[in-house]
Design a protein around this ligand. Structure first.
Ligand code: HEM
Length: 227
């Protein structure tokens, strides 16, 4: 009965969470449509005539990123992970592939086309791509070598990085609702924009790090024998 109840609660929470992801997912699929149309350049600044590599990278980027965002919450459900190990492995493999694609395509696009916010945004987003790419490689490596503790740490990092692009939009939405857009400019040159270039992933990685160290010392009593 307790199991059933907690299953219902986590099901409801998951449904709520998906509702908050929905607008960005819908936007993502819309942009894939734009990327695949032959008039992409007239419909979004992300695409340009004659830039086949950058245009393809952006379309692939949005496709892989949106799928990653849609699927990654399922990987953290304890019930699924503990009872259906094969599902966890299959989905995990897919998520790693999607994260590598999202990061690689984004890091291909940035040197070719830059970003709407200029050099600081380009550098920050590139670093974000490197983080996502590294976390995906490490979570796979730790699964393959059977290092459970590190697989868990890298899995948490990958999860928060996979949500990063959505968190960026969440920060903007909440800030505009609260302040009407204080410190934010259309060309992303305001102080709020500059902070946001990093604020959608660096603080989350730090918080995850604190969480990991506390859990680890709680479990093992001694930090130095831990992973
Ligand atoms: C799950 C993760 C991600 C998702 C869902 C995602 C999704 C998207 C979407 C939908 C766009 C189009 C934005 C628009 O319509 O205005 C976009 C743009 C972009 N993304 Fe990502 N992305 C993700 C991760 C990343 C990563 C890791 C990087 C870094 C390599 C990155 C770099 C970029 C860049 C440079 C742009 C163009 C920015 C601009 O100039 O407006 N994204 N992404």
């Amino acid at each position: 009965m307790g199991m059933l109840k907690s299953g219902v609660v986590s099901g409801l929470l998951l449904a709520l969470f998906y509702l908050t992801l929905l607008p960005f997912v819908v936007h993502g699929f819309g942009m894939i449509g734009v990327g695949l149309s032959d008039k992409a350049a007239t419909q979004s600044y992300l695409f340009a005539d004659g830039q086949i590599v950058a245009n393809t990278a952006m379309t692939l980027h949005i496709l892989a990123g949106t799928l990653l965002l849609m699927l990654v919450p399922l990987q953290l459900l304890n019930g699924l992970r503990l009872r259906y190990n094969r599902f966890h492995r299959a989905l995990g493999t897919g998520l790693v592939a999607l994260a590598l694609m999202t990061g690689a395509a984004g890091m291909t696009y940035i040197p070719l086309r830059g970003t709407i916010g200029g050099p600081v945004m380009s550098a920050a987003f590139f670093l974000y791509g490197l983080c996502l790419f590294t976390a995906a490689l490490m979570v796979a490596r730790m699964a393959l070598t059977g290092d459970r503790a590190r697989h868990w740490s890298w899995g948490l990092r990958l999860f928060w990085l996979a949500l990063g692009s959505w968190l960026y939009r969440v920060h903007y939405t909440l800030w505009y609702l609260a302040t009407g857009g204080l410190g934010s400019e259309p060309d992303f040159s305001g102080p709020f924009d500059l902070v946001q270039n990093f604020a959608f992933y660096v603080p989350y990685l730090l918080a995850v790090q604190v969480w990991i160290v506390r859990r680890r010392s709680g479990h093992q009593g001694d930090l130095f024998t831990g992973p």
